[in-house]
Design a protein around this ligand. Structure first.
Ligand code: F6P
Length: 352
C-alpha cells in the first residue's frame, strides 16, 4: 500500500503527533509506504507534486514538536477551478496513492470531501485550536491553546492588579467561543465574551466600575468573533483564495475604546494571536492526536474512505466527511460551562 499524508489549513500543536501515529501504524501493521505531501494541497496541486517518502526515522522524535514537518497552506484549494482539480487527481494517480490521509479543519475537510467525490480514497483527521468541527467533541490543539491563553490571563491579571486597570485579552476561535470560554474559566476572567452571546457594552462597563471600588482591576477574556449587541464582528483582513477568506481580529481594541469612555481606570487590550497555535502540544493533545492518527490508519486498512475520524462520547469513531463540510460547531447556549460561569458570577456580557 502507498498512502499519502498532508496537513492543510492553519497549523496547530499536535499535527506532528498525528503524522507520526498514522505513519508508524501503517508501517508496522501493513508495511505501507507513506508519502508526505508538502504544504497541504499546494503540494498535491503543483505541476509536479511536491512530496517525499517518510521513513520510520523521519517520523520518530516528532511527537512533542509544534507545527508540521510537512508544511501547510491556508490558500491552496484543488476544487478552486477545474484545472487545479484535474492536476490534483492526476498527481494522486501519478504518486500511486491507494489512499490519502488529510489532516485539517473544516475548510480542509470540505476539500477532502470534494476529492473523495472525485474518486480519491480519503480519510480525514480533524485539527483546530478552535474546537469547532462538527461531530467531534474535542479536536487536538485546543487543549494546548487553552493552556496558553490561561497562562496569559494569569500574567495579565497580576499586572492589571498592580495598576488597577481593565485588561481586555482577545483569543482566537473564529466563530466559536470554546477557547475564550474554557480559558476564561481556567484563567479566572471576570468577564467572558463569546461570539455566541452578543455583549452589551454598558453592562460590561457597569461591572468594571463596580470592581473599581473593590478589587480595582477587571480581566475580560473576549473571543475574536464576539460582537456588541446590534453590531458586527471585527474583521482584520481577507485572505483571497482561502476556503474562508475572512480573518477576524481586533475586537479587544474596539471593546477597550468603548469601555474607556465609560470607566475611570485605564483600559488596555492584548491580542494573543498566533502564540495560541505554536509550541509543543500538551500531554492531552499528544494522546488525542496519537489516537486520531492510529484510528485514521485503521480506517485506511479497513478500506473505509470518505470519512473523518472523531471523538464521540470519549471513544474513537468516524463519521462521513459530508456531515462535516460547510459547518462549524458553536457553544450551545445551554452548555453547562455557561451556566457554571453565570452561577459563580462571571459576566457573559448579557443581562441573563
Ligand atoms: O482556525 C484556526 C485559527 O487560528 C483561528 O482561530 C483564527 O481565526 C485563524 O485560524 C487565523 O488564521 P491565519 O493563521 O490564516 O491568520
Amino acid at each position: 500500500m502507498r498512502i499519502g499524508i498532508l496537513t492543510g489549513g492553519g497549523d496547530c500543536p499536535g499535527l506532528n503527533a498525528v503524522i507520526r501515529a498514522v505513519a508508524k501504524s501503517l508501517m508496522r501493521q501493513c508495511q505501507a509506504e507513506v508519502i508526505g505531501i508538502h504544504d497541504g494541497f499546494a503540494g498535491l496541486m503543483a505541476s509536479t507534486p511536491r512530496s517525499h517518502p517518510l521513513d520510520w526515522e523521519q517520523v520518530s522524535g516528532i511527537l512533542m514538536r509544534g507545527g508540521t514537518i510537512l508544511g501547510t497552506s491556508n490558500r491552496a484549494n484543488p476544487l478552486g477551478n477545474s484545472a487545479h482539480l484535474a492536476q490534483s487527481l492526476h498527481n494522486a494517480r501519478q504518486l500511486g496513492l491507494d489512499a490519502l490521509v488529510v489532516i485539517g479543519g473544516d475548510g480542509t475537510m470540505e476539500i477532502a470531501h470534494g476529492l473523495a467525490e472525485h474518486g480519491v480514497p480519503v480519510v480525514g483527521v480533524p485539527k483546530t485550536i478552535d474546537n469547532d468541527i462538527v461531530g467531534c467533541e474535542r479536536s487536538f490543539g485546543f487543549d494546548t491553546a487553552v493552556a496558553t491563553v490561561t497562562d496569559a490571563l494569569e500574567r495579565i491579571q497580576t499586572t492589571g492588579q498592580s495598576h488597577g486597570r481593565v485588561m481586555v485579552v482577545e483569543t482566537m476561535g473564529r466563530y466559536a467561543g470554546w477557547i475564550a470560554l474554557e480559558a476564561g474559566l481556567a484563567g479566572a476572567a471576570d468577564v467572558i465574551l463569546l461570539p455566541e452571546i452578543d455583549y452589551n457594552v454598558d453592562l460590561v462597563a457597569q461591572l468594571c466600575r463596580e470592581r473599581e471600588t473593590h478589587q480595582r482591576f477587571t480581566v475580560i477574556c473576549v473571543g475574536e468573533g464576539a460582537k456588541p449587541q446590534g453590531g458586527q464582528m471585527t474583521v482584520e483582513r481577507r485572505i483571497e483564495g482561502s476556503p474562508d477568506p475572512i480573518r477576524l481580529g481586533g475586537v479587544a481594541h474596539v471593546l477597550a475604546a468603548e469601555l474607556q469612555a465609560r470607566v475611570q481606570s485605564e483600559v488596555r487590550a492584548t491580542v494573543l494571536g498566533h502564540v495560541q497555535r505554536g509550541g509543543s502540544p500538551t500531554p492531552f493533545d499528544r494522546v488525542l492526536a496519537t489516537q486520531f492518527g492510529n484510528q485514521a490508519a485503521q480506517l485506511v486498512m479497513a478500506g473505509q474512505f470518505n470519512r473523518m475520524v472523531t471523538l464521540h462520547q470519549g471513544q474513537m469513531a468516524s463519521i462521513p466527511l459530508r456531515d462535516v463540510a460547510h459547518q462549524h460547531r458553536n457553544v450551545p447556549l445551554d452548555h453547562p460551562l455557561l451556566q457554571a460561569a453565570r452561577q459563580i458570577g462571571v459576566c457573559l456580557g448579557d443581562a441573563a
